[in-house]
Design a protein around this ligand. Structure first.
Ligand code: ADP
Length: 655
């Protein structure tokens, strides 16, 4: 017990944190230097928080509003200290934030690591950003001192990166957080200055490289050696050099976006982006614009090259940074861009934003809405230009973020018009690339009236569909909808340039290049001839299907399952049932191929004894085959297997 009645507690890290720490401590990761970026970025976030809260509660600042981050290398103790006067942490917060992994990102990181069974490589750490724990890549001991505003006591947290940490109350004058890294031998040796994180030169460079655009000054005591000067200010030659210490701000904090476009190089944009948004890859596109008029603002937007690992998860925080006259207001403003453009990163700086505006008020702000509309337009225009001028780059974008646009189409019909020309799908006519609707339509022969599509889990399984055979023979292009959301997209669009979308597995095929009336007449004739048989099959399967039809879309397959135009499709039923929605069922129609030997066999069986067990088994088997072709498992696989086995045994007897 200390005098104040507080005890030092030793606590265990959560199991997952232990794993992560273990990885950090023993990592052979070559990019250890990013620990500094991570700690500085935490410090900057902590200052953002107090600055924002102090707008409504000025007392929190305790008279200390010169926000800064201080870096202090100390050769004597072999420590590197990073301090901020941000929001600090309470006892409970330290335990919650530092002792456990709350971030799903870190969990995902660990899972990826296990999957790879490898050491974390640059890409992985770059992508996930393991935050505070990265300190253990370079430090054998980490001490964290912190005090939240208004608290009389601070907290000291300490760990060697093994399974435990200690935590206790201590005195701490200044509000904020100080992190003291007792560097590992190899990172503090003066002989190996290149690797030493105590080297002034190295620290200066790292801050320029990773943290130049941090919005608060990152300061360090810089030792300057110089020639002594005489009374007139002239250097005294031959005299030994004298040392002078000067506090210097190492980051430029330059609001790049305020410069003229012509004066900014591609490299500067990229460096800025990576710095600000912690990406390790250059952005795919940069959109920088200045607008004056009803609202005045500058925007600098980026389309990333790669979707963050959690982009399609709920916990991904999208949003744009807001500034007013170059002063940061807030991060992740989500009201500016529509949901489907949530992959866009960047910032908007407008003198029309008020500094201490609340999120709620901001949402209603007219300026924000206006700016949002403009930004949406300019992003869409950029994408559309990319599609027409740099297809490979657009395809790269599409691979990463296409799904977001597709979700946009069906989430809100108003988006459909804006987005339909930006959509790409694989097709039977593009071996490995994809096609836009416009390209598809331009290839359509005049007599083709609809846009065909087929759904499946991948190219190969779509191409195997019995329904595809006839279309392939007639060289009709079919779009391959391989993503579960795709079918919802075409349903939402209904048509493109007045051409309806038509599933190869639904309703009438509308094959206009064959004489539809002729085909229909023939199918009708076959039906008449086999009416009793068709009805018998339907009766046998009545609890499973809505109808049985003579097919005119099959060639070599005996059966297929289709759905009619009245309800949802089979693939949609699939998706909905995956989402635990059993409400909607497709109207299943079994189509049988009258030209197939199985049909003849069935017919013969029916003629001899329509009530025989064999006929019933055949009907069941036929239906199950159709299910399997669609990728649906039979309800009773054992009975299916037994029936097949029975048939095989019979065949053996006959032979
Ligand atoms: P992240 O910063 O990505 O959330 P970290 O592991 O780096 O993950 O940090 C975990 C949490 O600890 C932060 O979210 C923050 O709440 C808290 N924290 C870290 N550094 C500081 C700091 N310098 N000042 C105040 N809080 C901090």
């Amino acid at each position: 017990m200390t005098q104040e009645g507080s005890t030092r507690e030793t606590r265990e890290f959560q199991a997952e944190t232990k794993q992560l720490l273990d990885l950090m401590v023993h990592s052979i990761y070559t990019n250890q230097e990013i620990f500094l970026r991570e700690l500085i970025s935490n410090a900057s976030d902590a200052i953002d928080k107090i600055r924002f809260e102090s707008l409504t509660n000025h007392e929190l600042l305790e008279g200390n509003s010169e926000f800064e981050i201080f870096i202090l290398p100390d050769e004597k103790t072999g420590t590197l200290t990073i301090s901020d006067n941000g929001i600090g942490m309470t006892y409970e917060e330290v335990i919650k934030n530092i002792g456990t992994i709350a971030q799903s990102g870190t969990k995902a990181f660990l899972e990826k690591m296990k999957e790879k069974e490898a050491n974390p490589d640059n890409e992985l750490i770059g992508q996930f950003g393991v935050g505070f724990y990265s300190a253990f890549m370079v430090a054998e001991k980490v001490t964290l001192l912190t005090r939240a505003p208004g608290k009389t006591k601070g907290i000291k947290w300490e760990s060697n990166g093994d399974g435990t940490y200690t935590i206790e109350e201590v005195d701490k004058d200044k509000r904020g957080t100080t992190i003291i890294l007792s560097l590992k031998e190899e990172y503090r040796s003066p002989e190996k200055a290149q690797e030493s994180f105590l080297s002034q030169y190295k620290l200066e460079n790292l801050i320029k490289k990773y943290s130049d655009y941090i919005r608060y000054p990152i300061k360090m005591n810089i030792t300057i050696e110089e020639q002594p000067k005489d009374a007139d200010g002239k250097p005294v030659e031959d005299a030994p050099l004298v040392q002078r210490v000067e506090v210097r701000t190492l980051n430029s904090m330059a609001p790049l976006w305020t410069k003229n476009k012509q004066d900014i190089t591609q490299d500067e944009y990229h460096h800025f982006y990576k710095n600000l948004f912690h990406d390790w890859e250059d952005p795919l596109e940069v959109i920088h614009s200045k607008t004056e008029g009803t609202v005045e603002y500058t925007s600098l937007l980026f389309i990333p090259s790669r979707a963050p690992f959690n982009f399609y998860n709920r916990d991904y925080t999208a949003g744009i940074q807001l500034y007013s006259k170059h002063v940061f207001i807030m991060d992740n403003c989500q009201d500016l861009l529509p949901e489907y453009l949530r992959f866009v990163r960047g910032l908007v700086d407008s003198p029309d934003f008020s500094l201490n505006i609340s999120r709620e008020l901001l949402q209603q702000s007219r300026q924000l809405k206006l700016i949002g509309k403009n930004l949406e337009k300019s992003v869409l225009k950029t994408l559309s230009n990319l599609l027409s001028k740099d297809r490979p780059k657009y395809e790269k974008f599409w691979k990463e973020f296409g799904k977001s646009l597709k979700i946009g189409v069906y989430a809100d019909p108003q988006n459909a018009d804006k987005l339909k020309d930006l959509l790409l799908f694989p097709s039977s006519h593009t071996a490995d690339g994809s096609t836009s609707f416009d390209e598809y339509v331009s290839r359509m022969p005049e007599h083709q009236k609809v846009i065909y599509y087929a759904t499946g889990k991948d190219r190969a399984s779509v191409e195997r569909l019995p329904q595809m055979e006839l279309l392939r023979e007639k060289e009709i292009e079919v779009l391959y909808l391989l993503d579960p959301v795709d079918e919802f997209v075409v349903e939402a669009l209904r048509d493109y340039k007045e051409k309806k979308f038509q599933s190869v597995s639904r309703g009438d095929l509308n094959l206009e290049n064959v004489d539809a009336a002729e085909v229909e007449k023939k199918t009708e004739e076959i039906y008449k001839e086999n009416e009793a048989l068709v009805k018998a099959i339907k009766e046998q399967l009545s609890d499973k299907i809505a109808d049985v039809k003579i097919s005119n879309r099959l060639k070599s397959s005996a059966v297929c399952l289709v759905s009619d135009d009245t309800g949802i499709s089979l693939s949609m039923e699939h998706i909905l049932s995956d989402m635990n929605n059993e409400m909607f069922k497709a109207r299943r129609i079994l189509e049988v191929n009258p030209n197939h030997a199985v049909f003849t066999a069935l017919k013969a069986l029916h003629e001899t004894d329509p009530a025989s067990e064999t006929f019933k088994d055949y009907c069941d088997l036929l239906y199950t085959q159709a299910l399997l072709i669609e990728g649906i498992l039979p309800e009773d696989p054992i009975s299916f297997a037994n029936k097949i086995a029975g048939l095989m045994a019979q065949k053996e007897k006959m032979d």
